[in-house]
Design a protein around this ligand. Structure first.
Ligand code: C2O
Ligand code: CU
Length: 479
């Protein structure tokens, strides 16, 4: 990857030289020069690659990658930077890049038929936008998404705070779930009907940063910021740190009042990110596990934390975990809020009688023949270029009550905005966090609010990618 950082001094010199001999010279205030955004350039290629995911004896896995890596190259810039990404499609099928969670213009959002034409094999596209928010974000394709992501296409996009947040060190854990054959190839049963109508494509191998999870070396007394991102197609991670109390400081990139997660469980659904601060409160030589609490009492010891024998980094415990600085989100104006409802229906063992598909109502028996088993407000999607499920006036505050009338959980994701979770299941949500993805419990409800401050047709869809195939996608128009 080329990675060119244009120092501010260059842009400043260019501006100043343009003014030599000009009477305007004294009129140009220096502070405006300091505000000139940095331009950060990257080149990103979607390309086939062979990755060592399983131990050597199994052989390498043919994957789809960004820049030959699993997970894709981490892109890292500072809040307020302008990012220019020279994207090239070296796959033999069309693709796009979607910048999940970034509040950027619709033309850069990577949604086919809304933002851009899919990038054909061999073609390129330049993405350019300014990043308004700090935090942990990610990127992935938005064409044939279930298959392209199951083959490995995704990467993390970190946007640093302008003032560094103080910790001893940082870690990023990209959590993924793969469906492998015995010979280390990826099973090619993409979009299988059973996965579409049930819980999505869950796999048989978990990876952290593209490798089987292993040990996590720490030192007593350390304070570590861990950025967790779930890039799996369908698996929900429920992580627990034995003997430790990680504080959640951000959800989906956005700061939240530092708090301990309920029941000491970090629930991270597909698409979601959680930033935690981990104080290594153990003693030299201690060990602990990071456990994935599967369902029905089953547990999986995922990562082994291992304390070195080194003397503690500091003599006494750290002070309290402090909050990150807020991102510049438009405040809600609840007094004038416009209310909407979105109901999720369908799925195996569901009660959906039928739904509209391509403009025609079909009873469920017919709908299944088209591979559509989910609907939002009675409509099963067939394309991203849908008639909007609702229209929000530019600048207005909107509250959506989302009802999950199905027997499955759904992480519902909105493009181009952050929204605030006001309530879940009728009860005030603790901390009322700003997020881009809300995990709906089976038969649960969520009340979410956002300011429609980014014009465009924005997708609102489930991030279980097989549910999208089954029709669980809609468009919210901001105009
Ligand atoms: Cu991360 Cu439309 O998705
Ligand atoms: Cu879903």
């Amino acid at each position: 990857m080329t990675h060119i950082h244009l120092p501010q001094s260059i842009s400043r010199r260019t501006v100043l030289s343009g003014l030599v001999g000009s009477a305007a010279l004294t009129l140009l205030p220096l502070p405006s020069l300091a505000a000139t955004p940095n331009v950060r350039e990257f080149s990103l290629k979607a390309q086939p690659a062979k990755a060592s995911i399983l131990p050597d004896k199994y052989g390498k896995t043919p994957v789809f990658s960004y820049n030959g890596q699993i997970p894709g190259q981490t892109l890292r810039v500072t809040q307020g930077d302008t990012v220019r990404i020279h994207f090239e499609n070296k796959l033999d099928e069309p693709t796009t890049v979607h910048w999940h969670g970034l509040r950027i213009p619709i033309g850069m959002d990577g949604v086919p038929d809304i933002s851009q034409k899919p990038v054909a094999p061999g073609e390129s596209f330049t993405y350019e936008f300014r990043v308004p928010d700090a935090g942990t974000y990610w990127y992935h394709p938005h064409v044939n998404t279930s298959e392209q992501m199951a083959k490995g296409l995704s990467g993390v996009f970190i946007i640093d705070e302008k003032e560094p947040y103080k910790v001893d060190r940082e870690e990023t854990w990209v959590l993924d779930d793969w469906r492998f054959n015995q010979d280390a190839t990826i099973r090619n049963d993409f979009g299988r009907g059973m996965d579409v109508s049930h819980g999505g494509r869950t796999g048989n191998v978990i990876t952290v940063n593209g490798k089987l999870p292993g040990t996590f070396p720490v030192r007593a007394g350390e304070r570590i910021r861990i950025r967790l991102a779930n890039v799996a197609n369908a698996k929900i991670f429920i992580l627990r740190f034995e003997h430790h109390k990680p504080h959640v400081i951000a959800l989906d990139g956005h700061p939240v009042e530092p708090h301990l997660p309920k029941d000491n469980q970090l629930i991270i659904a597909p698409g979601q990110r959680v930033d935690v601060v981990l104080d290594c409160s153990g003693k030299p030589g201690d060990t602990f596990s990071v456990i994935d609490d599967l369902y029905q009492g089953e547990v999986y010891r995922m990562i082994d934390g291992v304390y070195s024998d080194a003397t503690p980094v500091r003599a006494k415990a750290q002070g309290p975990v402090v909050a990150l600085p807020d991102n510049p989100l438009s405040p809600l104006d609840m007094g004038s809020a416009v209310r909407h409802e979105i109901t999720i229906d369908g799925g195996a063992m569901g009660s959906m009688q039928g739904a509209e598909f391509k403009g025609t109502y079909y009873p469920i028996g017919e709908l299944v023949k088209y591979g559509r088993v989910w609907a939002l407000n009675g409509v099963a999607a067939h394309t991203t270029a849908m008639a909007p499920i609702l229209t929000a006036k530019l600048g207005s505050t909107n509250v959506i009550t989302v009802r999950n009338d199905t027997g499955f959980p759904h992480p519902m994701h909105l493009h181009g905005h952050a929204f605030r979770i006001l309530k879940t299941n009728g009860v005030d949500k603790p901390h009322q966090p700003w997020v881009d993805t809300v995990l709906m419990e089976p038969r649960g409800t969520a009340e979410i609010a956002f300011v429609a401050d980014n014009p465009g047709d924005w997708l609102f869809h489930c991030h279980i990618l097989e549910h999208v195939i089954g029709g669980m996608l809609s468009v919210i128009r901001v105009a």
